[in-house]
Design a protein around this ligand. Structure first.
Ligand SMILES: [Zn+2]
Length: 323
């Protein structure tokens, strides 16, 4: 069995070819090409799959495509994809089109959901029954493993962690999705940047402010570098980030009572600075049981989207063999 994981991003498409032992046997990264529209995209991905079929003629090939946005995982349709700029297609039947091209029916699912499966397989080795994976980057997404199974909800949209609300929907900060009060508006990079700018205005002589002034188009990494220099303003940025993330995670723990939370994505690299405040929120909850044994850890595999897709493809195909 060979699994092909396709991680579709707005800028790059990444391919990961894996075997049943969980080894990556091939990986490739190409720029997302918009010039020939959705049809061109299907043939690019389809040709890659065909090449792998030729390379491994004796093996069954399983394919999973992880795409951003709202995905109908049952029908394999991309319903809403703000990061993909294919303007010639709405409600894109990607699974049908790829199947027609390659004769393989692919799994098509939300990218963060498949990444969650990858984290569950690689970091946890499938230990733990109920797991929440939170991806922290420009966007805040995630996925859930419930009773050892990837949970995708009734319509494929489960795990939109970033858009759960932790503040007033009228007056909270505005999120990339257009709504107010979303968790992502606090702990996504845009939200963190907003607090950095507010801090710089309030304390223009802080180390953080100096770094911001020296760095045109600064990234939130300045707050990491300033924190390394023990800048109180930067430490406060991370403390607040941990506090808000803690509120979001506590809500999920109260609903799901999971064993483990795994934080992934670029912002999770600052966990050493935000984790104490996050854990403080969890330990301050009144209902103690879901928090007493809850473990919060970080994962650092930058390829987890594609790897998770490939592993999920294999897992699903193997299960179908058993049925
Ligand atoms: Zn939102």
């Amino acid at each position: 069995m060979i699994g092909i994981g396709v991680d579709v991003g707005g800028t790059f498409v990444k391919f990961f070819v894996m075997n049943e032992r969980g080894e990556v046997v091939r990986k490739e990264k190409i720029e997302t090409d918009y010039t020939s529209g959705s049809v061109g995209f299907v043939s690019t991905v389809g040709d890659f799959i065909k090449n792998i079929q030729q390379e491994f003629p004796d093996q069954e090939i399983a394919v999973a495509v992880g795409a951003p946005g709202d995905v109908d995982n049952e029908k394999g349709i991309l319903r809403y994809n703000p990061n993909l700029k294919f303007t010639d297609v709405a409600d894109w039947p990607l699974a049908d089109q790829l199947e027609k091209y390659t004769n393989i029916r692919p799994v098509v699912a939300n990218d963060a959901t498949l990444a969650a499966w990858g984290v569950y397989e690689t970091d946890l080795k499938r230990q733990g029954k109920n797991v929440l994976v939170v991806t922290l980057g420009t966007g805040v997404g995630g996925g859930m493993i419930l009773n050892g199974e990837l949970y995708q909800g009734s319509h494929g949209t489960a795990g939109e962690i970033g858009h759960t609300k932790i503040a007033d929907i009228a007056s909270g900060p505005v999120c990339g999705c257009g709504a107010h009060g979303c968790l992502e508006a606090f702990v996504g990079t845009i939200g963190i940047k907003r607090r950095i700018l507010a801090s710089v205005e309030k304390n223009p002589s802080s180390i953080l402010a100096q770094l911001v002034q020296q760095t045109p188009n600064f990234k939130i990494e300045v707050a990491f570098r300033a924190a390394e220099q023990k800048c109180p303003e930067a430490l406060k940025i991370w403390e607040d980030t941990g506090h808000y993330l803690g509120i979001g995670i506590a809500n999920f723990a109260l609903i799901l009572d999971m064993d483990t939370v795994i934080l992934t994505g670029g912002v999770s690299g600052a966990a050493c600075y935000f984790m104490p405040a996050l854990k403080q929120v969890l330990s301050n909850q009144q209902i103690k049981t879901p928090f007493n044994h809850l473990t919060v850890i970080t994962s650092k595999n930058p390829d987890i989207g594609g790897v998770g897709a490939a592993m999920y493809a294999i897992n699903r195909a193997l299960r179908k063999q058993i049925q």
